[in-house]
Design a protein around this ligand. Structure first.
Ligand code: ZN
Length: 201
């Protein structure tokens, strides 16, 4: 069920370990009949982007731009989020990246690259433009590439939460032994152990 009053953005967990993974995880339980979308409105999307670092602390966002732009913006958000989830999933499953999601991802990569420039410190950075409500999507698209590259390089194991019945989140397992099973022990880990105990009971 979708809660009548949505949970505050400030309590949404960021357990994925990477920006793009946390973005894919902005759906509470992907397999629920009635999904809870954490960022279902433009305002919540901007608030989440600020919290997750997709908008830097010193970056201004002109919220008045949301007027008349909100619906198209949210369509872009949902489209990139689905693509991100499917690309990360393909990486977990060790299969070729699917064409549809690749088209979406490549579209945002191109836009991200167009917004980048070399700055005085010698680093390639995304130009902050207060009127650009899609800066977070560009950062996320760039992070998808980094995440896929790092996962392939073995810097971490990309995994699905073992709580497949009511989670569906993805996370980067950076643990030494690579045996992390849940997106978070205190939520899915505990719930799973309680269920196991009950079944044994
Ligand atoms: Zn989980």
């Amino acid at each position: 069920m979708v809660a009548s009053s949505p949970r505050p953005v400030s309590v949404i967990r960021l357990d994925g370990g990477r920006l793009s993974i946390d973005f894919a995880n902005t759906i509470h339980d992907r397999f629920a009949a009635d999904v809870e979308d954490y960022i279902a409105t433009p305002e919540r999307y901007v608030e989440w982007a600020r919290r997750s670092g997709a908008i830097a602390t010193d970056e201004m966002i002109d919220m008045s731009r949301l007027e008349g732009e909100g619906e198209r913006l949210m369509a872009d958000v949902r489209s990139l989020r689905d693509a991100t989830y499917l690309l990360l999933s393909a990486c977990i499953d060790g299969v070729a990246l699917p064409q549809g999601p690749l088209l979406v991802e490549n579209h945002w990569l191109l836009r991200a690259w167009q917004s980048q420039s070399l700055s005085e410190n010698g680093l390639l950075t995304l130009r902050a433009d207060p009127e650009d409500l899609r800066i977070p999507l560009k950062r996320i698209a760039l992070d998808v590439v980094d995440t896929l590259v790092d996962a392939r390089a073995g810097k971490f194991k990309l995994k699905r939460c073992a709580n497949q019945s009511s989670c569906g989140w993805i996370f980067a397992d950076t643990s030494k032994n690579g045996r992390r099973r849940w997106c978070a022990m205190q939520t899915c880990g505990t719930a799973s152990k309680t269920a196991t105990r009950r079944n044994r009971g």
